[in-house]
Write a new protein. Structure first.
Length: 166
């Protein structure tokens, strides 16, 4: 990812505040949905701030399919997700679903990729956390505010085949 522009640095600073995190929980998914539909799945509004993907996962109890837009980093061929929940005290629902799963799918720029799911252990988390902070420094604030251990998941592509069906 290129060095942040002055405007991006300002947005990152604002985005680290409690007020912005609270507003983002509601505004960003709605805005992302509009941009994603208009671009046929290739773009999301949050792509302006950090790389994003859509996590497709099954509810651990309901079995229902969910699509969750998330920021991600890449480390050693794995997509890295931080379950920060914008700094809230509880873990996000999608992270509970991934704990119960061994596989999921991600949609990246309109392409669907099947992935294996692994919860990062302490040593792995220490290695990938700097990558997460590089894409969104606010993750450090979210971790501090949450008062809990942030779950970090590693999603690794399963084989070279990609599935374009959504």
């Amino acid at each position: 990812m290129p060095a942040p522009t002055p405007i991006l640095r300002i947005l990152q600073r604002i985005g680290r505040t409690r007020a912005a995190a609270a507003a983002s929980r509601r505004v960003v998914p709605a805005l992302d949905g509009l941009v994603e539909r208009a671009s046929h799945g290739r773009l999301r509004a949050s792509d302006l701030l950090f790389p994003t993907l859509i996590l497709e996962h099954l509810g651990r109890r309901s079995g229902r399919r969910f699509r969750t837009p998330l920021a991600y980093a890449v480390s050693d061929g794995a997509y890295v997700l931080a379950a920060t929940n914008f700094g809230r005290a509880q873990h996000p629902a999608w992270s509970h679903n991934l704990l119960a799963a061994t596989q999921a799918a991600i949609v990246l720029k309109g392409e669907r990729v099947h992935v294996s799911v692994t919860l990062a252990l302490d040593k792995e988390k220490a290695l990938v956390w700097p990558e997460l902070l590089r894409i969104w420094p606010g993750f450090a604030d979210y971790r501090e505010r949450s008062g809990r251990e942030i779950r970090v998941f590693l999603l690794r592509p399963m084989g070279a085949a990609r599935d374009d069906r959504s």
